[in-house]
Design a protein around this ligand. Structure first.
Ligand SMILES: *[C@@H]1O[C@H](CO)[C@@H](O)[C@H](O)[C@H]1NC(C)=O
Length: 206
């Protein structure tokens, strides 16, 4: 077979692997294992995999410490149990540990739009903005769907700037803690980000 021609058997195997590892009924552990295996088996000759773990601090309480603001809602948002039509604008602190006073790496900024009639699920359009540490001046762009009742929410990394230029990857988001008394939610982000190997020597741009 000529070089560069797509091999139908390889395509069949790839599709079989894809469809057998991404099932609608996956448990949280299945999802984590599937993502872990995918990145472990990725061809690293031309790609660099960076694994990151951050904690995001969201304050829903009205007042000077508030970080999540509702900016719009549809006229069916109120009575609906799924928040449909609710739009939030967010500027949350990002740290290396679960304590809000642990080392800060940046901010997690953007928009959540609840856009599912049947379950509470936010369409996330977010950026990690590095303000401190080795990635200062770089950004990672995250897009995805977040069904809030799922233990693991899987989001896509669709790009980045600076050290994360041309980035692709996956975020496994889960809830670390949620305190109705203080209106503070802490979320864990396990991040698998892949960049071209040229990025190894690239400096952050601010
Ligand atoms: C929402 O607004 C539309 C158009 O203004 C109206 O036709 C509809 O009855 C409203 N729905 C509710 C639940 O208020």
């Amino acid at each position: 077979m000529a070089k560069g021609t797509l091999n139908p058997i390889a395509i069949f195997i790839a599709i079989t692997i894809l469809t057998s590892t991404v099932g609608a009924t996956s448990t949280a552990d299945d999802i984590i294992q599937s993502v872990e295996n995918f990145y472990k088996n990725l061809n690293k000759d031309k790609l660099v995999l960076t694994k990151l773990k951050y904690y995001i601090h969201a304050n829903f309480g009205v007042g000077p410490t508030q970080t999540v603001f509702e900016v719009a809602r549809s006229n069916i948002t109120g009575p609906s149990t799924n928040n449909f039509g609710r739009i939030l604008i967010i500027d949350n602190k990002l740290t290396v540990g679960p304590d809000v006073n642990s080392q800060k790496v940046g901010q997690y900024q953007g928009m959540n739009a609840y856009s599912d009639f049947n379950q509470a699920s936010a369409n996330m359009n977010m950026n990690i903005i590095y303000t401190d540490g080795e990635y200062k001046g770089s950004t990672i762009s995250i897009l995805g769907r977040q069904p809030v009742s799922e233990k693991i929410r899987v989001l896509s990394i669709i790009g980045g700037t600076g050290l994360f230029r041309f980035a692709r990857g996956t975020v496994l988001a889960s809830t670390y803690s949620s305190d109705p008394a203080t209106n503070v939610g802490v979320y864990v982000y396990d991040i698998y980000v892949v960049t071209p190997s040229v990025e190894k020597s690239r400096k952050a741009e601010s």
